[in-house]
Design a protein around this ligand. Structure first.
Ligand code: NAD
Length: 499
């Protein structure tokens, strides 16, 4: 048996063990074997990473580089990821349990594209054109980096979401300290290793360890100017409190409970196909996963029959195999959580029409069958709470007003989709949905050019796009007087010549 690999943290351009010397094990969720030992970082380690980031920022070693120089560095990172993408994809699949098809053909290309997008975007960033608003001088808007950014990322897309923070933060000229989720720190540490020579020391740091110490220190430190989190709503609430310590800027991308609205004129074939992919992609550990399918009563039974038939064709198995469509959940805890929700659905009176158990053929690993409920009521837990496991609820509706109300009846507001062939009707429904991202006849497509982020308790702050670059920078107004020596003091202008 292969021995677990030992990893180190990346602090101030050096590879470090934890100051406590402690480590934690990282598991392959498909085999339940330990694949790596990673430092159990401490608050002291975080403080050391923050000091390195602060020092590099205050010296202007990165922030004072021209956009062209920063762009070249991000472009270099993209090239390095591209040259190592198979290794990174395999490691991501081993660590998360996501299929190699997704890691290699979806995660890695998007990571590379994202780095290249921000490499280009920073060369196109501009303040507003100068204008003489006072009649006596010119106003300029200059965009500046924020300073030291702390970034805390989840386990469902470990490197992918880390890059959503790294690329705009670095493009804008910030220094950054990242904390990966403890289940899945490996690809971010490999990325830091591969790119360690690209940036000045201290500009990018990675500290591993628990959320309530390492993450909390990052969120509360008065030497950190901005904290970005992708995670659960409850974690977002804690981060907001901790960040209030020095009124740091907060950027939150939180959970979701996406509705999938099927209008009466939708193609049942296309909508069921879309539902299967978007509900069970990444073993449903996706904040945009379709979890609430609202189908018009006239097509409900036919829709469910086709949905179940398609779900039964999903091939569960070893994520490293090309033929596998769905791997395990990331942990036993996540599988247990899924099982608890399935029990709650049954006890609240929903009808289990597919799945609902561990697949018999998988002797090891945290596997769970794709599961479908019908007859789900709006108030049930499986309809209201984020499961982050392969459980899909199907509900009937009669009128458009009813379905819009039901789709909006959630604390979340991240993503939604509408399916129908009359584009005017679909657009009308899309406009009434209170979600930050709404797809029509599609569910889950993200592109580097467009913002991704929530309404309501799904958070605020946009990832991806020029909007994200704006989030990682701040606007400064600089005023240049044009009256020279002949000018009157400003109080004459305001109060008149009273002396
Ligand atoms: P989580 O909130 O448990 O953990 C996210 C990160 O926060 C981890 O690195 C964790 O260690 C850290 N953390 C936990 N407690 C902390 C604390 N008290 N202080 C500071 N840091 C702390 O979430 P998760 O289980 O890793 O990920 C799943 C969640 O992430 C789901 O709710 C999902 O919807 C959400 N998510 C959202 C998006 C999005 O773009 N909106 C994308 C992916 C995942």
């Amino acid at each position: 048996m292969k021995m677990p690999e030992d990893y180190h943290m990346f602090i101030g351009g050096k590879w470090a063990s934890s100051s406590s010397r402690e480590t934690f094990n990282v598991i392959n969720p498909a085999t339940e074997q330990t694949i790596a030992r990673v430092p159990m970082g401490t608050r002291e380690d975080v403080r050391s990473a923050i000091d390195s980031a602060r020092d590099s920022f205050d010296k202007g070693e990165w922030a004072n580089k021209t956009p062209a120089e920063r762009s070249a560095a991000l472009w270099k990172m993209a090239e390095i990821v591209e040259n190592n993408s198979l290794m990174l994809a395999q490691l991501e699949s081993k660590n998360v349990g996501k299929t190699i098809k997704y890691s290699r053909d979806s995660d890695m290309p998007f990571i590379i594209d994202n780095l290249r997008f921000f490499a280009g975007a920073i060369r196109n960033m501009e303040g507003k054109a100068a204008m003489n608003y006072s009649g006596m001088g010119i106003s300029i808007i200059k965009r500046e980096p924020i300073g030291v950014v702390g970034a805390i990322v989840p386990w469902n897309y470990p490197l992918y979401i880390a890059i959503w923070k790294i690329a705009p933060a670095l493009a804008a000229g910030n220094s950054i300290v990242l904390k990966p989720a403890s289940y899945t720190p490996l690809t971010l540490l490999e990325f830091a290793k591969l790119t360690e020579k690209v940036l000045p020391k201290g500009v990018l740091n990675v500290v591993t360890g628990p959320g309530d110490t390492v993450g909390a220190e990052l969120a509360s430190s008065s030497k950190v100017d901005m904290i970005a989190l992708t995670g659960d709503v409850s974690t977002g609430k804690k981060i907001m409190q901790l960040a209030s310590n020095n009124i740091k800027k907060v950027h939150l991308e939180l959970g979701g409970k996406a509705p999938f609205v099927v209008l009466p004129d939708a193609s049942i074939d296309a909508a069921t196909e879309g539902a299967i992919v978007s509900a069970f992609w990444n073993t449903a550990q996706d904040c945009t996963a379709a979890t609430r399918i609202y189908v018009h009563e006239g097509m409900h039974d036919k829709f469910v029959k086709m949905l179940v038939s398609k779900a039964s064709k999903i091939r569960i198995g070893d994520p490293m195999k090309e033929s596998t469509d769905m791997g395990p959940l990331v942990s036993e805890k996540q599988r247990q959580r899924t099982e608890d929700y399935v029990k709650s659905g049954i006890s609240e009176g929903a009808k289990l029409v597919h799945g609902g158990k561990r697949p018999k053929q998988m002797k090891k690993g945290f596997y769970y069958e794709p599961t479908i409920f019908t007859g789900v009521e709006q108030k049930m837990k499986i309809c209201q709470q984020e499961i982050f496991g392969p459980v899909l609820s199907v509900m009937k509706y009669r009128t458009v007003d009813e379905v819009v109300d039901k789709a909006n009846d959630t604390i979340y507001g991240l993503a939604a989709s509408v399916w129908g062939s009359d584009i005017t009707k679909a657009m009308n429904v899309a406009g009434r949905l209170k979600f930050g991202e709404v797809w029509i006849n599609e569910h889950g497509i993200l592109v580097s050019e467009m913002p991704h982020g929530g309404y309501k308790q799904s958070g605020f702050g946009k990832d991806l796009s020029m909007y994200s670059l704006e989030e990682y920078s701040q606007a400064k107004h600089i005023y240049i007087d044009q009256t020279g020596l002949a000018r009157k003091p400003w109080y004459y202008v305001v109060y008149g010549d009273k002396k």
